[in-house]
Write a protein that binds this ligand. Structure first.
Ligand code: C2O
Ligand code: CU
Ligand code: CU
Length: 479
């Protein structure tokens, strides 16, 4: 049967769920037996205060999950796209070319940038064959963390991410400087799902799949199927991005606690111990794994089932089995022990708000349009639905009265979650995407700082966004 001994050992400990897991693993392994490896995404780092790159959105045949896959959408031929590393105060220049056959643009998810001109402007239409010069001024107070770039042309977003377009932007800073963090083995996991059975449009055309939000049957980590990561240090710093259009990842490191040290908007003030980590589309997290505590067998990073719709049959397809999406393979060597730091980077709570607004998420019928996803009863249109003033602090109550979970995302300014169903949030942290489950009310606090202009907030299940669950936010200059 070819079960390797180490796998067998890992599985006996799993008990009832073991069978499921094992099926998942063996399936993955047979696919992985292909000798083809995906190219490692290129890494570009700023030097002397700037980074200047060429970035082309183009079709390319790539190796995905160990198999040749034709005609995917890529940045510079890669899935995921190149990783960009900058520092606060840097200038990031991107000579962008659209070689797709549909319009696109770039959004810099999580970064505190101007929403206008040639910065984080999601209203740009970069047509097929056109080029565009992006010139971003990374804010001097930009929090260090894990951010990312992806297309944001309304109506095309889900499709373009599902075909591969996404890449990391890492801002280096204070967290990276802590001695314990410097001593870690740093790993980045970009989580994407794809549809193996081409053409995906056939299945995509299915109304139900679009309504729930498309998911593919191939889960990849950095474009790889179930990669094995060799441990080389006592502490592993795992930095995760959910770049899937709709899929939620409910992650568990088999037999281990996860120490989460950062979320969407950079470091927590203290590490938080977690049994599992739920990452909705758009969200990021960083966890530390103390490898000395691991048994000397490969440790599975599991993705557990998560039900994100309550629509009977429609929800069923997402009630997946538990599968391992990556393994950490311990070393026989012992490494110099590194302590998990007790204090990280302190997070200042935002001041009290001057007003509270309410956003109700649901779906419904729109005359002449059919089923649409709505915020406060309206589908997206190109005019401001919410107008705020620069320097104001507001509380936003996000209420989900529908039958599907919605991760709510705001551009340009990060926020802090204040409460969930009236229960105050204990961990004050910076975020830009927050899950609002069916029936929940989540209150977030947001300060509009530094940049006036128009931008958007939306559900980060990108089919929902494309189908209207987005609003325009106008930030007026301070009075
Ligand atoms: Cu990552 Cu408006 O999105
Ligand atoms: Cu965003
Ligand atoms: Cu949604």
């Amino acid at each position: 049967m070819g079960i390797k001994r180490r796998e067998f050992l890992g599985l006996t400990a799993l008990g009832a769920t073991g069978a499921l897991l094992w099926q998942g693993c063996s399936l993955l392994r047979s696919r992985n037996s292909s000798p083809l490896a995906a190219p490692i995404p290129e890494i570009y780092r700023s030097e002397g205060g700037s980074l200047e790159i060429n970035l082309e959105a183009r079709y390319e045949d790539v190796i995905l999950g160990g198999e040749p896959t034709r005609n995917m959408m890529t940045y510079n031929g890669q899935i995921p796209g190149p990783r960009l590393e900058v520092q606060p105060g840097d200038r990031l220049i991107i000579h962008f070319k659209n070689s797709l056959d549909q319009p696109t643009n770039l959004h810099f998810h999580g970064l505190h940038l101007s929403p206008e001109g040639n910065q984080d402007n999601v209203f740009l239409h970069i047509e097929p064959g056109e080029t565009f010069h992006y010139e971003l001024e990374i804010h001097p107070q930009q929090r260090a963390g894990t951010y990312w770039y992806h297309p944001h042309h309304h109506g095309f977003v889900a499709e373009q991410l599902f075909q591969g377009l996404a890449g990391l932007i890492v801002v280096r800073g204070d967290l990276d400087e802590l001695p314990e963090i410097r001593a870690t083995q740093e790993e980045f996991f970009v989580l994407q799902d794809f549809n193996r059975d081409r053409p995906p449009q056939g299945m995509m055309g299915s109304h139900m799949n679009l309504m729930a939000g498309r998911e593919g049957n191939l889960i990849t980590v950095n474009g790889l199927f179930h990669p094995e990561i060799a441990v080389t240090k006592d502490l592993v710093r795992l930095r995760l991005l959910n770049a899937s259009p709709s899929r939620f990842y409910r992650l568990q490191l088999y037999g281990q606690k996860l120490m989460q040290i950062a979320g969407d908007g950079g470091a927590f003030s203290q590490p938080l111990e977690r049994d599992e980590l739920l990452l909705t589309p758009g969200q990021r997290a960083e966890v530390l794994i103390k490898t000395q505590d691991l048994p000397k067998t490969p440790i599975h990073l599991l993705n557990l089932p998560y039900q994100r719709t309550q629509m009977g049959m429609m929800g069923q397809q997402y009630n997946n089995a538990t599968v391992a999406i990556a393994d950490f393979t311990p070393s026989a060597q012992t490494f110099a022990p590194v302590q998990i730091p007790a204090q990280l980077i302190s997070v200042e709570p935002l001041p009290e708000p001057s007003r509270t607004r309410r956003f109700t998420l649901n779906h419904g019928m729109v005359p002449g349009q059919g089923m649409a996803f709505l915020i406060n009863g309206e589908a997206y249109r190109d005019q401001p639905q919410t107008t705020v003033r620069l320097n104001d602090v507001e509380d936003w109550e996000i209420v989900n009265t529908g039958t599907m979970d919605h991760p709510f995302h705001v551009h340009v300014n990060g926020f802090q979650v204040v409460s969930r169903n009236g229960v105050p949030e204990e961990n004050i942290a910076w975020a830009d995407t927050v899950l609002v489950r069916v029936g929940e009310t989540v209150k977030i606090r947001i300060a509009f700082r530094d940049f006036a202009g128009k931008t958007v907030y939306h559900c980060h299940i990108l089919d929902h966004e494309d189908l209207g669950m987005m609003g325009q936010l106008e930030i007026l200059p301070a009075s």
